[in-house]
Design a protein around this ligand. Sequence first.
Ligand SMILES: Nc1nc2c(ncn2[C@@H]2O[C@H](COP(=O)(O)OP(=O)(O)OP(=O)(O)O)[C@@H](O)[C@H]2O)c(=O)[nH]1
Ligand SMILES: [Zn+2]
Length: 386
Amino acid sequence: MSRLGSLGEWDESRVKIRANKKGSRPRTKDRPRHEDSVTGRIVTVDRGRYRAIVAEDTPEERLVIAARAKELRRQPIVPGDLVQLVGDTSGAKDTLARLVRIDERASFLRRSADDTDPVERPVVANADQLVIVVAAANPEPRTGFIDRALVAAFDAGITPVLCITKCDLKDPTELIEAYSAIDITVLATRTLDSGGDAAPHSPEANEPRGSADVEESAVEAVRRACNGKVSVLLGHSGVGKSTLVNALTGADRATGGVNAVTGRGRHTSSSALMLRVPDADPGTWIIDTPGVRSFGLAHVEPDNVVAAFEDLAPAVADCERGCTHSPTAPGCALDAWVAEGHAGPTGPARLASLRRLIQAETDEHQREKHLGHHPAPEPDLPKGTP
Ligand SMILES: Nc1nc2c(ncn2[C@@H]2O[C@H](COP(=O)(O)OP(=O)(O)OP(=O)(O)O)[C@@H](O)[C@H]2O)c(=O)[nH]1
Ligand SMILES: [Zn+2]
Protein backbone atom coordinates (compact mmCIF):
# COMPACT_ATOMS: atom_id res chain seq x y z
CA MET A 1 0.00 0.00 0.00
CA SER A 2 1.41 3.31 -1.03
CA ARG A 3 0.75 5.10 2.24
CA LEU A 4 2.54 2.52 4.28
CA GLY A 5 5.25 2.37 1.66
CA SER A 6 6.06 5.94 2.51
CA LEU A 7 7.40 4.79 5.84
CA GLY A 8 10.46 3.56 4.03
CA GLU A 9 11.19 6.99 2.64
CA TRP A 10 11.75 9.06 5.72
CA ASP A 11 14.14 11.89 5.54
CA GLU A 12 16.79 10.31 7.68
CA SER A 13 18.47 13.58 8.47
CA ARG A 14 15.41 14.30 10.55
CA VAL A 15 14.23 11.00 11.87
CA LYS A 16 16.80 8.44 12.78
CA ILE A 17 14.93 5.20 13.06
CA ARG A 18 17.14 3.02 10.95
CA ALA A 19 16.41 -0.33 12.50
CA ASN A 20 12.83 -0.11 11.32
CA LYS A 21 13.48 1.28 7.92
CA LYS A 22 12.17 -1.23 5.42
CA GLY A 23 14.85 -3.09 3.58
CA SER A 24 17.72 -2.04 5.79
CA ARG A 25 17.62 -4.52 8.60
CA PRO A 26 20.84 -4.74 10.57
CA ARG A 27 23.06 -7.62 9.51
CA THR A 28 22.61 -10.70 11.65
CA LYS A 29 26.06 -10.46 13.15
CA ASP A 30 25.25 -7.00 14.50
CA ARG A 31 21.92 -7.97 15.88
CA PRO A 32 21.82 -9.59 19.29
CA ARG A 33 19.95 -12.86 19.15
CA HIS A 34 17.08 -12.95 21.58
CA GLU A 35 15.38 -16.19 20.80
CA ASP A 36 13.66 -16.34 24.16
CA SER A 37 12.14 -12.88 23.85
CA VAL A 38 8.42 -12.25 24.29
CA THR A 39 6.36 -9.67 22.45
CA GLY A 40 4.88 -6.77 24.37
CA ARG A 41 2.69 -3.87 23.40
CA ILE A 42 3.83 -0.58 24.93
CA VAL A 43 0.97 1.09 26.80
CA THR A 44 2.76 3.93 28.57
CA VAL A 45 6.19 5.48 28.55
CA ASP A 46 7.32 7.31 31.62
CA ARG A 47 10.84 8.50 32.40
CA GLY A 48 12.75 5.60 30.94
CA ARG A 49 10.29 2.96 32.07
CA TYR A 50 8.18 1.18 29.50
CA ARG A 51 4.97 -0.57 30.49
CA ALA A 52 4.05 -3.34 28.10
CA ILE A 53 1.19 -5.80 27.87
CA VAL A 54 2.50 -9.31 27.28
CA ALA A 55 0.47 -12.31 26.12
CA GLU A 56 -2.41 -10.02 25.28
CA ASP A 57 -5.86 -11.60 25.45
CA THR A 58 -4.58 -14.89 26.83
CA PRO A 59 -4.89 -16.24 30.39
CA GLU A 60 -1.20 -15.34 30.84
CA GLU A 61 -1.74 -11.70 30.02
CA ARG A 62 0.35 -9.43 32.25
CA LEU A 63 1.80 -5.97 32.56
CA VAL A 64 5.58 -5.99 32.34
CA ILE A 65 7.76 -3.02 33.17
CA ALA A 66 10.95 -2.75 31.14
CA ALA A 67 14.00 -0.59 30.63
CA ARG A 68 15.47 -0.37 27.18
CA ALA A 69 18.73 -1.94 26.16
CA LYS A 70 21.67 0.38 25.52
CA GLU A 71 21.62 -0.17 21.79
CA LEU A 72 18.11 1.30 21.61
CA ARG A 73 19.11 4.44 23.45
CA ARG A 74 18.75 6.67 20.41
CA GLN A 75 15.44 5.29 19.20
CA PRO A 76 12.06 6.64 20.11
CA ILE A 77 9.81 4.05 21.73
CA VAL A 78 6.21 5.15 21.96
CA PRO A 79 2.83 3.79 23.05
CA GLY A 80 1.59 1.31 20.50
CA ASP A 81 5.05 0.00 19.73
CA LEU A 82 5.35 -3.78 19.62
CA VAL A 83 8.62 -4.72 21.27
CA GLN A 84 10.69 -7.74 22.22
CA LEU A 85 11.36 -8.25 25.91
CA VAL A 86 13.90 -10.47 27.65
CA GLY A 87 15.01 -11.14 31.20
CA ASP A 88 12.35 -11.25 33.87
CA THR A 89 9.13 -10.92 31.91
CA SER A 90 6.99 -12.41 34.67
CA GLY A 91 5.40 -9.08 35.46
CA ALA A 92 5.83 -9.84 39.17
CA LYS A 93 6.12 -6.93 41.57
CA ASP A 94 9.47 -5.08 41.47
CA THR A 95 10.75 -6.97 38.43
CA LEU A 96 12.23 -5.19 35.44
CA ALA A 97 12.50 -6.70 31.98
CA ARG A 98 14.84 -5.55 29.22
CA LEU A 99 13.47 -4.14 26.00
CA VAL A 100 15.78 -5.34 23.25
CA ARG A 101 13.99 -4.71 19.96
CA ILE A 102 11.25 -2.64 18.37
CA ASP A 103 9.20 -4.53 15.80
CA GLU A 104 8.64 -2.96 12.41
CA ARG A 105 5.88 -0.35 12.61
CA ALA A 106 2.74 -0.49 10.49
CA SER A 107 2.21 3.24 11.04
CA PHE A 108 3.97 6.00 12.91
CA LEU A 109 2.31 9.24 13.94
CA ARG A 110 4.65 12.14 14.53
CA ARG A 111 4.30 15.83 14.99
CA SER A 112 6.93 18.48 14.57
CA ALA A 113 7.75 22.03 15.42
CA ASP A 114 5.14 24.51 16.41
CA ASP A 115 5.74 28.02 17.62
CA THR A 116 6.34 27.09 21.21
CA ASP A 117 8.00 23.73 20.78
CA PRO A 118 10.41 23.52 17.86
CA VAL A 119 11.07 19.81 18.19
CA GLU A 120 9.91 16.77 16.26
CA ARG A 121 8.19 14.24 18.50
CA PRO A 122 6.99 10.75 17.80
CA VAL A 123 3.49 10.28 19.20
CA VAL A 124 2.23 6.72 18.68
CA ALA A 125 3.07 3.64 16.65
CA ASN A 126 0.89 1.06 14.91
CA ALA A 127 -2.35 3.02 15.21
CA ASP A 128 -5.06 2.10 12.71
CA GLN A 129 -7.04 5.30 12.95
CA LEU A 130 -6.81 8.86 14.16
CA VAL A 131 -10.05 10.05 15.74
CA ILE A 132 -10.06 13.83 15.41
CA VAL A 133 -12.34 15.10 18.18
CA VAL A 134 -13.88 18.54 17.76
CA ALA A 135 -16.94 20.10 19.40
CA ALA A 136 -19.82 21.35 17.28
CA ALA A 137 -19.70 24.39 19.56
CA ASN A 138 -18.11 25.55 22.82
CA PRO A 139 -15.29 25.59 21.84
CA GLU A 140 -16.02 26.48 18.21
CA PRO A 141 -14.60 23.91 15.78
CA ARG A 142 -11.46 25.04 14.00
CA THR A 143 -11.16 23.62 10.50
CA GLY A 144 -7.47 24.52 10.51
CA PHE A 145 -6.92 22.03 13.32
CA ILE A 146 -8.97 19.36 11.53
CA ASP A 147 -7.07 19.91 8.30
CA ARG A 148 -3.72 19.63 10.02
CA ALA A 149 -4.76 16.46 11.82
CA LEU A 150 -5.96 14.99 8.51
CA VAL A 151 -2.59 15.72 6.94
CA ALA A 152 -0.78 14.12 9.87
CA ALA A 153 -2.99 11.03 9.61
CA PHE A 154 -2.52 10.67 5.86
CA ASP A 155 1.22 11.13 6.23
CA ALA A 156 1.39 8.51 8.98
CA GLY A 157 -0.62 5.93 7.03
CA ILE A 158 -3.51 6.11 9.50
CA THR A 159 -7.19 6.36 8.60
CA PRO A 160 -8.72 9.58 9.93
CA VAL A 161 -12.15 9.66 11.56
CA LEU A 162 -13.92 12.90 12.48
CA CYS A 163 -15.78 12.81 15.78
CA ILE A 164 -18.00 15.81 16.48
CA THR A 165 -19.04 16.15 20.12
CA LYS A 166 -21.59 18.46 21.72
CA CYS A 167 -24.08 18.04 18.90
CA ASP A 168 -26.73 18.86 21.51
CA LEU A 169 -25.41 22.43 21.44
CA LYS A 170 -25.27 22.92 17.68
CA ASP A 171 -26.31 21.10 14.52
CA PRO A 172 -23.06 19.78 12.97
CA THR A 173 -24.37 19.67 9.38
CA GLU A 174 -22.36 22.63 8.15
CA LEU A 175 -19.16 21.24 9.60
CA ILE A 176 -19.81 17.81 8.12
CA GLU A 177 -20.41 19.36 4.72
CA ALA A 178 -17.03 21.07 4.80
CA TYR A 179 -15.49 17.57 4.72
CA SER A 180 -17.94 15.84 2.40
CA ALA A 181 -15.43 15.73 -0.46
CA ILE A 182 -13.01 13.72 1.64
CA ASP A 183 -13.83 10.09 2.29
CA ILE A 184 -13.92 10.16 6.03
CA THR A 185 -16.13 8.53 8.64
CA VAL A 186 -17.95 11.16 10.68
CA LEU A 187 -19.30 10.38 14.14
CA ALA A 188 -21.57 12.75 16.02
CA THR A 189 -22.00 12.56 19.80
CA ARG A 190 -24.00 14.43 22.41
CA THR A 191 -24.49 14.24 26.13
CA LEU A 192 -27.83 13.67 27.83
CA ASP A 193 -29.79 16.66 29.07
CA SER A 194 -28.72 16.01 32.61
CA GLY A 195 -25.01 16.53 31.88
CA GLY A 196 -22.86 18.60 29.62
CA ASP A 197 -22.00 22.24 29.51
CA ALA A 198 -24.56 24.50 27.98
CA ALA A 199 -22.58 27.16 29.81
CA PRO A 200 -18.79 27.39 29.45
CA HIS A 201 -16.96 24.89 31.60
CA SER A 202 -15.41 26.40 34.69
CA PRO A 203 -12.80 24.52 36.67
CA GLU A 204 -14.22 26.05 39.86
CA ALA A 205 -17.52 24.27 39.29
CA ASN A 206 -15.98 21.33 41.11
CA GLU A 207 -17.39 18.98 38.55
CA PRO A 208 -15.20 15.95 37.85
CA ARG A 209 -13.62 15.89 34.41
CA GLY A 210 -15.43 13.92 31.79
CA SER A 211 -18.28 12.93 34.08
CA ALA A 212 -21.23 13.83 31.84
CA ASP A 213 -23.19 10.96 30.30
CA VAL A 214 -22.78 10.61 26.58
CA GLU A 215 -25.91 9.39 24.81
CA GLU A 216 -25.63 5.62 24.68
CA SER A 217 -26.41 5.25 20.98
CA ALA A 218 -23.59 7.68 20.21
CA VAL A 219 -21.16 5.79 22.44
CA GLU A 220 -22.19 2.61 20.64
CA ALA A 221 -21.46 4.18 17.25
CA VAL A 222 -17.99 5.25 18.41
CA ARG A 223 -17.38 1.84 19.95
CA ARG A 224 -18.31 0.17 16.66
CA ALA A 225 -16.02 2.46 14.70
CA CYS A 226 -13.18 1.60 17.05
CA ASN A 227 -13.87 -2.14 17.39
CA GLY A 228 -10.84 -4.32 16.73
CA LYS A 229 -8.67 -1.31 16.00
CA VAL A 230 -6.08 0.84 17.67
CA SER A 231 -7.50 4.38 17.68
CA VAL A 232 -5.71 7.56 18.64
CA LEU A 233 -7.96 10.29 20.02
CA LEU A 234 -6.82 13.82 19.38
CA GLY A 235 -8.57 17.01 20.37
CA HIS A 236 -8.21 20.38 22.01
CA SER A 237 -8.94 20.92 25.65
CA GLY A 238 -12.62 21.19 26.47
CA VAL A 239 -14.01 19.40 23.42
CA GLY A 240 -15.16 16.47 25.55
CA LYS A 241 -12.38 13.99 24.89
CA SER A 242 -12.19 12.78 28.50
CA THR A 243 -15.94 12.42 28.57
CA LEU A 244 -15.79 10.26 25.47
CA VAL A 245 -12.79 8.22 26.62
CA ASN A 246 -14.50 7.56 29.94
CA ALA A 247 -17.71 6.50 28.21
CA LEU A 248 -15.74 4.08 26.04
CA THR A 249 -13.29 2.66 28.51
CA GLY A 250 -14.89 3.16 31.88
CA ALA A 251 -11.55 4.64 32.96
CA ASP A 252 -12.16 6.89 35.90
CA ARG A 253 -9.81 9.80 35.60
CA ALA A 254 -11.92 11.99 37.81
CA THR A 255 -11.41 9.95 40.94
CA GLY A 256 -7.75 9.25 40.21
CA GLY A 257 -8.35 5.51 40.28
CA VAL A 258 -5.60 3.35 38.84
CA ASN A 259 -6.56 1.40 35.77
CA ALA A 260 -5.15 -2.07 36.37
CA VAL A 261 -4.06 -2.55 32.80
CA THR A 262 -2.28 0.71 32.18
CA GLY A 263 -1.26 1.87 35.60
CA ARG A 264 -2.87 5.08 34.58
CA GLY A 265 -3.06 6.57 38.06
CA ARG A 266 0.71 6.58 38.28
CA HIS A 267 1.12 8.06 34.86
CA THR A 268 2.63 11.48 35.25
CA SER A 269 4.18 12.40 31.92
CA SER A 270 2.15 14.01 29.19
CA SER A 271 2.86 11.29 26.62
CA ALA A 272 0.13 9.26 24.99
CA LEU A 273 -1.25 6.23 26.77
CA MET A 274 -3.25 3.22 25.69
CA LEU A 275 -6.52 2.18 27.23
CA ARG A 276 -8.53 -0.97 26.85
CA VAL A 277 -12.10 -0.86 25.61
CA PRO A 278 -14.21 -3.36 27.56
CA ASP A 279 -16.73 -5.54 25.72
CA ALA A 280 -14.91 -5.04 22.44
CA ASP A 281 -13.03 -7.47 20.22
CA PRO A 282 -9.44 -8.38 21.08
CA GLY A 283 -7.01 -5.78 19.83
CA THR A 284 -9.33 -2.85 20.56
CA TRP A 285 -7.37 -0.01 22.12
CA ILE A 286 -7.93 3.68 22.59
CA ILE A 287 -4.88 5.92 22.76
CA ASP A 288 -5.40 9.12 24.66
CA THR A 289 -3.03 11.96 23.89
CA PRO A 290 -3.43 14.29 26.86
CA GLY A 291 -0.33 16.34 26.13
CA VAL A 292 -0.87 16.70 22.40
CA ARG A 293 -2.68 19.93 21.69
CA SER A 294 -1.08 20.95 18.44
CA PHE A 295 0.14 19.22 15.36
CA GLY A 296 3.25 20.59 13.71
CA LEU A 297 3.55 19.29 10.18
CA ALA A 298 7.04 20.34 9.18
CA HIS A 299 8.04 16.72 8.53
CA VAL A 300 5.21 15.89 6.14
CA GLU A 301 5.83 15.23 2.45
CA PRO A 302 3.11 16.64 0.13
CA ASP A 303 3.21 13.43 -1.94
CA ASN A 304 2.08 11.44 1.10
CA VAL A 305 -0.99 13.62 1.40
CA VAL A 306 -1.85 13.28 -2.29
CA ALA A 307 -1.42 9.51 -1.98
CA ALA A 308 -4.42 9.44 0.35
CA PHE A 309 -6.61 10.62 -2.54
CA GLU A 310 -6.58 7.57 -4.75
CA ASP A 311 -8.41 9.24 -7.62
CA LEU A 312 -5.93 12.11 -7.73
CA ALA A 313 -2.69 10.37 -6.85
CA PRO A 314 -1.85 9.06 -10.36
CA ALA A 315 -1.56 12.64 -11.63
CA VAL A 316 1.54 13.23 -9.56
CA ALA A 317 3.60 11.11 -11.96
CA ASP A 318 3.38 14.03 -14.41
CA CYS A 319 4.30 16.74 -11.88
CA GLU A 320 7.72 18.29 -11.85
CA ARG A 321 10.17 16.76 -9.43
CA GLY A 322 9.65 18.19 -5.95
CA CYS A 323 6.27 19.67 -6.89
CA THR A 324 4.46 20.96 -3.80
CA HIS A 325 1.08 20.47 -5.58
CA SER A 326 -0.08 23.86 -4.32
CA PRO A 327 -2.35 25.94 -6.58
CA THR A 328 0.62 28.08 -7.61
CA ALA A 329 3.13 25.26 -8.09
CA PRO A 330 4.50 25.55 -11.62
CA GLY A 331 3.51 22.64 -13.83
CA CYS A 332 1.45 20.82 -11.20
CA ALA A 333 -0.36 18.07 -13.12
CA LEU A 334 -3.31 17.87 -10.73
CA ASP A 335 -5.30 20.65 -12.42
CA ALA A 336 -5.12 19.08 -15.88
CA TRP A 337 -5.89 15.64 -14.43
CA VAL A 338 -9.10 16.90 -12.88
CA ALA A 339 -10.01 19.10 -15.88
CA GLU A 340 -9.70 16.06 -18.16
CA GLY A 341 -12.21 14.25 -15.96
CA HIS A 342 -9.88 11.50 -14.69
CA ALA A 343 -11.09 12.04 -11.14
CA GLY A 344 -14.77 11.95 -12.08
CA PRO A 345 -17.50 14.47 -11.29
CA THR A 346 -16.35 14.98 -7.69
CA GLY A 347 -12.77 15.59 -8.84
CA PRO A 348 -12.83 19.39 -8.59
CA ALA A 349 -14.27 19.36 -5.05
CA ARG A 350 -11.76 16.75 -3.97
CA LEU A 351 -8.88 18.67 -5.49
CA ALA A 352 -10.05 21.78 -3.64
CA SER A 353 -10.08 19.80 -0.38
CA LEU A 354 -6.67 18.34 -1.08
CA ARG A 355 -5.28 21.78 -1.85
CA ARG A 356 -6.64 23.11 1.44
CA LEU A 357 -4.82 20.34 3.29
CA ILE A 358 -1.63 20.92 1.37
CA GLN A 359 -1.90 24.59 2.23
CA ALA A 360 -2.05 23.71 5.95
CA GLU A 361 1.12 21.74 5.40
CA THR A 362 3.05 24.24 3.26
CA ASP A 363 2.38 27.02 5.75
CA GLU A 364 4.14 24.80 8.23
CA HIS A 365 7.14 24.37 5.94
CA GLN A 366 7.48 28.12 5.65
CA ARG A 367 7.39 28.45 9.39
CA GLU A 368 9.90 25.67 9.87
CA LYS A 369 12.32 27.34 7.49
CA HIS A 370 12.00 30.38 9.63
CA LEU A 371 12.60 28.50 12.88
CA GLY A 372 15.29 26.21 11.54
CA HIS A 373 15.24 22.48 12.23
CA HIS A 374 15.95 21.01 15.62
CA PRO A 375 16.44 17.28 15.85
CA ALA A 376 14.38 15.36 18.38
CA PRO A 377 16.03 14.84 21.76
CA GLU A 378 15.76 11.65 23.73
CA PRO A 379 12.05 11.65 24.45
CA ASP A 380 11.95 10.15 27.89
CA LEU A 381 15.30 8.90 29.12
CA PRO A 382 16.60 10.81 32.11
CA LYS A 383 20.29 11.64 32.18
CA GLY A 384 22.40 8.91 33.70
CA THR A 385 20.01 6.06 32.92
CA PRO A 386 21.98 3.10 31.56
N1 LIG B 1 -23.25 19.90 26.03
C1 LIG B 1 -22.29 18.99 25.98
N2 LIG B 1 -21.27 19.06 26.85
C2 LIG B 1 -20.31 18.12 26.80
C3 LIG B 1 -20.33 17.07 25.84
N3 LIG B 1 -19.24 16.29 26.03
C4 LIG B 1 -18.54 16.85 27.05
N4 LIG B 1 -19.17 17.94 27.51
C5 LIG B 1 -18.74 18.85 28.60
O1 LIG B 1 -17.64 19.62 28.13
C6 LIG B 1 -16.74 19.88 29.19
C7 LIG B 1 -15.34 19.43 28.83
O2 LIG B 1 -15.35 18.01 28.69
P1 LIG B 1 -14.03 17.10 28.93
O3 LIG B 1 -14.41 15.73 28.61
O4 LIG B 1 -13.44 17.38 30.25
O5 LIG B 1 -13.12 17.75 27.81
P2 LIG B 1 -11.65 17.36 27.34
O6 LIG B 1 -11.65 17.45 25.88
O7 LIG B 1 -11.22 16.08 27.93
O8 LIG B 1 -10.84 18.56 27.94
P3 LIG B 1 -9.63 18.49 28.96
O9 LIG B 1 -10.19 17.75 30.15
O10 LIG B 1 -9.31 19.91 29.25
O11 LIG B 1 -8.55 17.77 28.25
C8 LIG B 1 -17.30 19.17 30.42
O12 LIG B 1 -18.03 20.10 31.18
C9 LIG B 1 -18.23 18.12 29.82
O13 LIG B 1 -19.28 17.78 30.68
C10 LIG B 1 -21.44 17.01 24.94
O14 LIG B 1 -21.56 16.14 24.07
N5 LIG B 1 -22.37 18.00 25.06
ZN1 LIG C 1 1.94 18.69 -8.45
